[in-house]
Design a protein around this ligand. Structure first.
Ligand code: GLY
Length: 256
């Protein structure tokens, strides 16, 4: 059984942080309806939802992925790189303590969960504007005892590592080659996003299915042609907030 922690869309979503896309009007109510559809898609794939209430004062708080990393053995609460996002951590921590022992990234470390891609026993971490060397070093130290390696990966021109690469199946990744070098992922098979869809590399793998934004039909077709089961969801209002599909949930196995 999978658990998916989500949080309702903040009515203040339009005041979100933006780093690599221009600001455009955001309809928070429409974003909320799209988020509902996203949650239904997760449920249809077998996730049990734990839905936190909206945080009216925290615009980006729907993007719960950034505030924690949940592994089978442990959860790590992050210290988000954007100051406005640090108050998002506490309420997610309260939920996670019911499911995992919890460790924390401390100042001066910063780390966004969107920068963390777990591939087997290695966590690849984007060296981004949000995740600094101290945060990555702390994560490495915290997880060594659990048998995980942590490897920093330079990114360029994108918010998070998972804007540029996500996992399709154990040995295959979906990559936006403009935003990172392939060298750290040389052992993996690579599917590239369609060049007309630069933001399409963020897909959410649940079991044998891939949840992805409906706005990337060309990349979706590539994945279907390669034999993948794709569930497309309209998250266009959340994309205006520089969000995508992995960032709207923390999905982890119910263990024990
Ligand atoms: N708006 C998402 C972020 O910048 O964290």
């Amino acid at each position: 059984m999978w658990i998916a922690v989500t949080r309702e869309v903040s009515p203040a979503l339009a005041n979100c942080e933006l780093s690599h896309i221009p600001r455009s009007p955001i309809d928070a109510a429409r974003a909320g309806r799209q988020h509902d559809e996203y949650q239904r898609a997760l449920e249809a794939l077998g996730c049990r939802l734990i839905v936190l209430p909206a945080e009216p004062l925290l615009p980006d708080s729907v993007f719960v992925e950034d505030v924690a990393i949940v592994l089978d053995e442990i959860a790590v609460l992050t210290r988000p790189g954007a100051l406005s996002r640090r108050p998002e951590v506490a309420s997610v921590a309260t939920v996670l303590r019911d499911y995992r022992p919890v460790l924390t990234i401390e100042a001066p470390g910063t780390l966004d969960g969107g920068d963390v891609l777990r591939l087997g026993r290695t966590l690849y971490v984007g060296q981004s504007a949000r995740s600094n060397a101290e945060g990555i070093a702390q994560l490495r130290e915290l997880l060594a005892a659990y048998g995980y390696a942590v490897q920093g990966v330079p990114t360029r021109g994108c918010l998070h590592l998972k804007s540029a690469v996500t996992q399709l199946v154990d040995d295959t990744l979906l990559v936006q080659p403009k935003w990172l070098d392939r060298e750290p992922f040389a052992d993996f098979r690579i599917v590239e996003v369609d060049p007309a869809e630069p933001h399409a590399a963020n897909v959410l793998r649940i079991g044998d299915a891939l949840v992805m934004p409906a706005s990337f039909p060309r990349t979706q077709q590539r994945l279907i042609d390669a034999g993948f089961k794709v569930i497309a969801v309209d998250v266009s209002e959340l994309q205006k907030a520089e969000g995508a599909v992995t960032c709207c949930s923390l999905v982890f196995r119910e263990v024990g």
